[in-house]
Design a protein around this ligand. Structure first.
Ligand code: SF4
Length: 386
């Protein structure tokens, strides 16, 4: 079996990136340190490593599981949020938990789980000074050392030393093969955080106490995504949000459009598989396939390919109703007809009204069409320039 570096060099060769330092040709000595010092190379290397991690997820998780020693605290696997909250309720009742602290309240994970509302229902109060229980998001599990990588804040280390119950929560897809990949991950995250004017406090934590440290590993339909060979690469997403900034659909719809924690281009790939296809397939059709997201993605995810794969899958597996199929056929015909595309803006606006529901029109402002089509404007510009 070829090594990680050989695979990476082969992939880099295939991409014709001959200008990249040290990796451009097979046989050239790999300059390992440049992987950490050259930002572009770090991104490329990390993207490759994360996608490979997704492909080996089964193996990495079982390797992590097998190495877990009883001394390293407790760990539980949960299939969904309800399951996780039931597990948490048992701990709250057993240990008579009355107060809590969340290490990073802004993390999207807690709102995804619905943690604060759960704690409110259980009458557990927030107490930053004297909590009975503390919650941490684990950014990555390191498979070969059995450590947790936590991208915390300046108080995290101090909190980890509090003699209380620590609950660590992580998604099953967040597992890295080894510390080398973790370092690249930290480098890219650090650059990003610093560009936003913040600081990163990476901590490699080794759980050590039988009763104090408890790891919750959450599937939540991620294993469902693993069935799809193209789309599963989206699980390598860093949740950096750069694609949202350049996505024309996200700019119009915002981050609450799908009533879900996922938004933007990554939602177009994952949401139908994390929720139900029939309720969320529309998210894959919302994409205009402009490709802006791919240009900025630090781990080079081929989001358009994945979205197209979703659409193909929905059609092949009978997830489109007769009316939807007819609409696609009609659209296909229109898009091939220059005359129809050049029709005046008012007709297009009327069509748009017909295609949208009253409810949608009430909550959204429909886009205005230009008076002339792109084709007409282009020809006009050419004539003007001549
Ligand atoms: S750019 Fe988008 S898809 Fe790429 S890592 Fe960031 S959030 Fe994920």
């Amino acid at each position: 079996m070829s090594s990680f570096y050989e695979n990476f060099i082969a992939e880099t060769d295939n991409n014709n990136s001959t200008s990249e330092k040290g990796w451009s040709k097979r046989g050239i000595t790999v300059n390992d340190t440049s992987v950490y010092t050259d930002y572009r190379l770090s991104k490329k290397h990390l993207g490759f490593a994360l996608k490979q991690n997704v492909e080996e997820l089964d193996h990495l998780l079982s390797s992590f599981d097998n190495k877990w020693q009883p001394l390293n605290g407790k760990k539980f696997w949960f299939t969904n949020y309800d399951d996780l909250l039931r597990g948490l309720r048992t701990i709250v009742w057993d240990k008579n938990v009355k107060s809590y602290l969340i290490d990073d309240k802004n993390s999207y994970l807690w709102s995804e789980i619905g943690l604060t509302s759960f704690l409110k229902r259980e009458k557990v109060k927030e107490n930053e000074e004297w909590p009975n229980i503390q919650f941490y998001e684990v950014n990555k599990l390191i498979a070969d050392t059995n450590q947790f990588l936590i991208l915390g804040n300046k108080n995290t280390i101090k909190r980890l030393n509090n003699n209380v119950i620590n609950i660590f929560v992580v998604g099953i897809e967040q597992v890295l093969k080894n510390i080398d990949v973790a370092e690249l991950y930290i480098k890219i995250k650090k650059e990003q955080r610093e560009a936003e004017g913040g600081h990163l406090f990476p901590i490699f934590y080794t759980p050590s106490s039988q009763n104090r440290d408890i790891l919750f590993i959450l599937d939540n339909m991620r294993s469902n995504v693993m069935q799809y060979s193209k789309q599963r690469k989206a699980l390598a997403c860093l949740h950096c949000g750069r694609c949202n900034e350049v996505c024309p659909v996200f700019q119009c719809s915002g981050d609450k459009a799908y009533d879900n924690i996922f938004s933007g281009p990554i939602a177009s790939v994952l949401l139908p598989h994390l929720e139900t296809i029939d309720d969320y397939k529309f998210v894959s059709y919302a994409c205009t396939l402009c490709g802006n997201c791919e240009k900025v993605c630090p781990v080079s995810l081929s989001l358009r390919d994945m979205i197209m794969e979703n659409r193909k899958f929905f059609l092949e597996k009978g997830h489109l109703s007769l009316a939807e199929k007819q609409r696609v056929k009609k659209l296909h015909k229109t898009l091939q007809n220059r005359k129809k595309l050049n029709k005046v803006a008012i007709l297009k606006s009327l069509k748009m009204r017909k295609m949208t529901t009253k409810e949608l029109r009430r909550s959204r402002k429909l886009p205005k069409f230009e008076k002339q089509s792109f084709n007409q404007q282009y020809i006009k510009k050419l004539k003007e320039n001549n």
